[in-house]
Design a protein around this ligand. Structure first.
Ligand code: MN
Ligand code: MN
Length: 456
């Protein structure tokens, strides 16, 4: 099997390894959609990007971004061609499966304080117990201020945990099927066990103590959880995996791995022929809906604003700009796993090290729910990859009728543009820690750069 590693020279090896180091930093700093936006804005601004409202006029080479509620982003590098002639768009999502706190989370039970949760996205719940969890997110107060939390990442910070049943008493539990081994309402995070000092016989003193800590250290009152978005994510950093350091294990590769590689490609786009775009969207894991999901009017509105600022706006120019655009909808794909070979069909599986992975279609059970890329468009993609010496593979997400999944591809394709699913293959997708190949990460970044430069 030929892989990127077979034909790599010393120079490219260094570039690839350096790129992986940058990616690990991004991944560690971007464990939630909000953190991913903050981190991306930071990188964009240092690459010369400015927010839309800072512009009075637009010219070729201008670097503009739109920030939607701090949870999704659209970034543009204005090209030489009119926007009406179409844009080259990279899109990925920045939300990942996790465990969210409920709006009324805190309770005391037999001297322990716990926080109740509602998981986000498709997870095997049993994977999220008995492991250090960090609490990230925001608490929005009635007075308009926002408290940002990131607790449990530094060595001296406390973590939280969702307990698991000891094996010694798990005879009944071990008979249950995977769905029921750990159930959604049992995902309660252990939060404290010291009672507050009190002269009278008071109830729930342990909870009272936790509330005191929340107030003193974080200025958070119990009511404030109502207007909070707090996410439990695996504590810890992304790490090199393998004795040869060829892979990275980390939380949230899906889909920050495509988000980061797409963003880097866009940040390096300079006076392109067609306007270069990168969309980083939220809510993919729960259906791409809502104001910050890919289905929101946010992207279209951003394009309308840019056309308007260029003096080119009318209802038709917006439609033309969308329908003449081409897109790589980038999301992770399932990497072949020798421990579970039976779920794949070998000829159409994605393998570590074989480069960026394209899916002509996704969906499940008879391609249902898929955006099927037109063959003519696929041919153009192949040519660009070959012309730029980018290694790529075409795959499907598993065997026919084994399962499946969706991406944001159909959302943009519904605006009548050419879209193909592209991305990086990962193992243990949606587990607290996922695994990807450094070779594929670097090759995807190269693929995105080639697409932005050469797609017509
Ligand atoms: Mn994804
Ligand atoms: Mn996913």
């Amino acid at each position: 099997m030929k892989t990127v590693w077979d034909k790599i020279d010393k120079k490219k090896m260094k570039q690839l390894m350096d790129f992986s180091e940058d990616y690990k930093v991004f991944l560690d700093n971007a464990k939630t959609e909000r953190e991913a936006v903050d981190e991306s804005v930071k990188l964009a601004r240092s690459a010369g990007f400015k927010e839309f409202r800072e512009f009075k006029k637009l010219k070729v080479g201008d670097k503009v971004y739109f920030n939607n509620r701090g949870k999704s982003l659209a970034l543009f590098v204005i090209g030489k061609d009119k926007m009406e002639d179409g844009m080259n768009i990279l899109g990925a999502h920045i939300d990942s499966p996790r465990i969210d706190l409920k709006q009324n989370p805190l309770y005391e039970d037999n001297g322990l304080v716990l926080m109740d949760t509602h998981y986000y996205g498709g997870i095997k719940k049993y994977q999220w117990v008995a492991r250090p969890l960090a609490l990230h997110g925001v608490v929005c107060k009635k007075d308009g201020t926002t408290i940002t939390l990131k607790l449990g990442e530094k060595d001296d910070e406390p973590i939280l945990e969702i307990s698991d049943l000891l094996i010694h008493l798990a005879r009944d539990q071990m008979e249950k099927n995977g769905r029921k081994v750990v159930e959604g309402e049992d995902l309660n995070a252990l939060t404290g066990s010291i009672p507050a000092k009190s002269k009278e016989e008071e109830k729930e003193l342990v909870k009272k103590n936790i509330l005191n800590i929340l107030k003193e250290e974080y200025q958070i009152e119990e009511d404030d959880f109502i207007s909070a978005e707090l996410e439990l994510v695996p504590s810890g950093k992304a790490r090199d995996l393998g004795l040869d350091r060829s892979m990275i294990m980390g939380y949230g590769h899906d889909d920050r791995i495509c988000a980061y590689t797409s963003l880097r490609a866009l940040l390096e786009s300079d006076r392109p022929q067609r306007t270069s775009v990168c969309i980083l969207t939220d809510k993919e894991e729960i259906g791409s809906i809502g104001s910050t999901g890919a289905q929101s009017a946010f992207f279209e509105n951003s394009v309308a604003e840019l056309l308007n600022l260029s003096g080119e706006y009318n209802d038709l120019s917006l439609r033309h700009a969308l329908q003449n655009s081409r897109m790589l909808s980038s999301d992770v794909s399932a990497a072949f796993d020798p421990n579970y070979p039976s779920v794949n069909e070998a000829k159409n599986a994605a393998y570590f090290g074989k480069g960026i992975s394209f899916n002509k279609f996704t969906g499940q059970g008879g391609k249902s729910g898929s955006s099927d890329a037109p063959a003519e468009y696929v041919a153009k993609i192949r040519k660009i990859m070959d012309d730029n010496d980018v290694m790529f593979q075409f795959s499907e997400l598993g065997r026919v009728d084994q399962g499946g999944g969706g991406t944001i591809a159909y959302v943009l394709a519904n605006k009548n543009m050419d879209v193909i699913d592209a991305g990086i293959a990962v193992q243990n997708m949606h587990a607290p820690y996922e695994t990807a190949s450094k070779a594929d990460i670097y090759e995807a970044y190269r693929a995105y750069k080639a697409f932005l430069k050469d797609m017509k």
